[in-house]
Every structure is written in C-alpha cells, then in structure tokens.
Design a protein around this ligand. Sequence first.
Ligand SMILES: Nc1ncnc2c1ncn2[C@@H]1O[C@H](COP(=O)(O)OP(=O)(O)OP(=O)(O)O)[C@@H](O)[C@H]1O
Length: 279
Amino acid sequence: MSTPAAEHAPGLSPADGVAARARGLTKAYGSGETAVLALDSVDVDVVRGRFTAVMGPSGSGKSTLMHCLAGLDTVSAGQVWLGDTEITGLRERELTQLRRDRIGFMFQSFNLIPTLSAAENITLPMDIAGRRPDPAWLEQVIDALGLRDRLRHRPAQLSGGQQQRVACARALVSRPELIFADEPTGNLDSRAGLEVLGFLRQAVDELGQTVVMVTHDPGAAAHSDLVLFLADGRIVDEMERPTAEAVLERMKRFDGVRAAVEDTGRGTDGTGADGERRG
Ligand SMILES: Nc1ncnc2c1ncn2[C@@H]1O[C@H](COP(=O)(O)OP(=O)(O)OP(=O)(O)O)[C@@H](O)[C@H]1O
C-alpha cells in the first residue's frame, strides 16, 4: 500500500519497500495575505515496485507534491526521504547529484536535447554523471521501448510518441529508484499516449521500477496500481486497482464540491477552496 501511512511514526527513517516517504510535508508560496498553502501536512509512502498516479483538481498541489518528493523544490515544513536518505535539508549540490543518480524524470514536453540523437539523449544523464550504463540493461530498455531502429534519429525526426519513448528510456537507463512522470501523455494523441502508459506499466511489472505519475486523465490513471487524490494540498482519498470510470466518478465529486462553493458566492476568484480550508 502507498499513502497516508499513520502506522509509521514521523521521524523514523523509511522501512524497506518504500521508495519515497513524506511526513508533515507542507509547502507555502508567498507570505501574509497572498500566501498559498500548496501542500498542507501531507503524509505519503510511495511503495517500491508499484505504479502510483496522483490526481486532483487544478491547483490541488499535484506538481508541488512531485517537485518536493523529487527534491526539485524546497519544503516549508516536514520531512521527505528518498529511500533511506532524508532529502529535506540537503544542499543544492547534493540534491542535484541525488536527482541525477537516483531519480528518473519524464515531462509532458519530453525535454529532449534537439541536437543530440535518440541514443545520445537516452544516455545523457549518465554521461553527465560520468557513469556508463549497464550495457545489457540499456539493450533491454531500448528493445522494450521499440527504439532500436530510431537510435540515430534526432528528436525532430521522431513522432511525439517516439520522443516520449526516448524520454522514458532516458528515465529508465540508470535504473533509478523512482521515476516521476508529470503528465507524460499530455502532449500525445490517445494511441501514442496508450503506448507510453503501456511502457510505464511494463517498466513496473517486468523491470521492477517504481513510477509516480501526475495526470489529469482518468484513463491514464487507470494504468496505475493506486491513485492518490489531492484536494487543497491534502491527500483526501486513494483508490487501488482503479478503473477509468471509477476515477472519473471520484473526480466528479471534486467538481460537485467546487460548483457548490461557487454557487454560494465564495471562491469565484479561484481562491475559495483554499480560503475555506484555512478559514
Ligand atoms: N511558484 C509558485 N508561486 C506561487 N504559487 C504557486 C507556485 N507554484 C504553485 N503555486 C500555487 O500552489 C498551488 C498548487 O499548485 P500546483 O501546481 O502544485 O497544482 P496542480 O495540482 O499541479 O495544478 P495543475 O493541475 O493546474 O497543474 C496552486 O494554488 C498554485 O497557484
């Protein structure tokens, strides 16, 4: 099981089987009247070898949660671990190294280097780190993603789906402890999106990887093992073995709450939900 894990006392280092853990994770942007509480004391365990999706309305804190778990953003309060390493409190240099060596990233916009071939893009993070990919693993990843005949192509010579497959290979090649995927299908048509989701699923099932994916798409979330639902900076629900229909139904409840809030005249400036929660 991932998620709100009250059985673990805050302050303990992660047990085996937990790829990332947060306790009391709080993130505020700005200060005073204009402060936004993007994450409100979140406790979460990301279980190793599983595919976890993070969903929630726009502004609920999904990206902030991912950025804080990945050491891309500082926290206002609370603690975050990657494996046994507490990352809150690490210096920027140590964080850069940790991200490079232990985390794989996929983004909606692929983030490939246009002047490099697919093969060069795949190994770039390891090249920068001065490490050599395990050749057998590299071959396995290339074949799993069906990229063998595209390795010499530059990103502009590849379709969107192929570019995201290169980004997926790049995220996998160092066998990271955790892969974060932020809307990885957001720029793809449904067929290419399905393909990428299939590869992420395969990375978990066959290659033993751990994936956390932020998505707006119930169909994409249905490929995960567990969906965490965020609202107003808190994990408010979770769903094991999700289906697209069940996720959609759950998401509609957020819309219902939002509509009700707006009907009462609060939240029409988009801040009502936050104000209500804190007020
Ligand atoms: N750099 C920032 N400065 C100020 N406020 C921010 C900043 N980044 C995020 N926020 C605010 O924090 C809250 C959570 O944002 P976040 O991007 O994590 O939400 P999200 O669920 O990923 O949204 P979306 O689905 O629209 O991408 C929002 O109210 C947002 O406006």
